[in-house]
Structure formats: structure tokens, C-alpha cells
Design a protein around this ligand. Sequence first.
Ligand code: ATP
Ligand code: MG
Length: 156
Amino acid sequence: DWVDLPDIIEAARRRAGRLLERHTVRITLPPALPLICVDPVLIEQVVFNLLDNARKYAPPDSTITVWAGHDGQTLTLEISDQGPGIPPEDRERVFDMFYRVDRNDRQSGTGLGLAICRGIVTAHGGTLQADSGLNGVGASLILRLPMPETVPGVPA
Ligand code: ATP
Ligand code: MG
């Protein structure tokens, strides 16, 4: 389906609902983003999972930053938090099934969320990577999706 990424972000945020009530969610979007051709249910699930991780691993009252942009070929969505971050040696392994960073934070989970997210993104021809957060603080999860060359309603 042809969808507008901001609508998907809003839907994921709405679905997270009260899970996000203790965090500040700051969304920075360009005035207009080209439509993307994705499965909206699956991409919403990815955004939901990334928001859920951000609020789960970052302390309450911290800020979760959602940023999107594009360069004409690739659409980028970054979800950054101010939590403990993901150590460089784990930034690839967190996408493995059941892998969880060993921490004493007592947060429960199956370790499947990011593996599922990467599967969905890969099926769309995109990439999903972990990096350090803004100014080296926390984690950033970076989603890149290829942009189609033709968009309905826009003459070539
Ligand atoms: P679930 O399957 O319920 O999502 P989970 O959150 O443990 O369980 P993933 O979402 O796959 O599993 O994340 C894997 C691991 O990566 C987490 O256990 C956590 O250690 C680490 N991680 C993921 N997101 C973040 C984040 N934003 N900040 C810090 N660590 C993170
Ligand atoms: Mg998770």
C-alpha cells in the first residue's frame, strides 16, 4: 500500500498509548515526506517495537526522539533514547533471536522484538541497525527503506 510514514508513526504511538506516558516523545519530521510502498501493519509493528524498547530501556522522564528524512532514494527513520545504549559489540547480536543484553535492569522480554523487526524491514528491501544515540548518549535504532521511483499521482 502507498502510505505516509507520519501516519504510521502516529498509529504506532497511539497503540503504545499509556506505555509512553512517562516519557517525552519528540517527533521531528520534514514538512512533506514522499509516500512509501509498504505493508502498513508490519511497518507499524516495527515502529511500535522500537518505541516499546526505547521506553522500556530508557528511564522514565527521559526523551525519546523520532526523526525522519529522505534523500530521494532512501527514507530514514531514527528512534533515539537516553537509556543505557547498546554496547558496540552487541549492536549486531541484538537482532538475533532470543539475544538480550545482559543487564541487571530486570526488564522482561523474549529477545524476539528486534529479530522480528529486522525480518520485516529486510522483506521490504530496507535495513535496520543499532547505533549510539544522539550526542553519544543512549541508543538509536535506524530504519532505512528504499523509496520507489514513481509515486502515484505524481507525473514522472
Ligand atoms: P521483546 O521480544 O519483548 O521485544 P526484548 O525487548 O528483550 O524482548 P528485543 O526487542 O529483540 O528483545 O531487544 C533485544 C535486546 O536488545 C534487549 O533485551 C535489550 O538488551 C537490547 N535493546 C533493545 N533496544 C534497546 C534500547 N533502546 N536501549 C538499550 N538496549 C536495547
Ligand atoms: Mg523489545
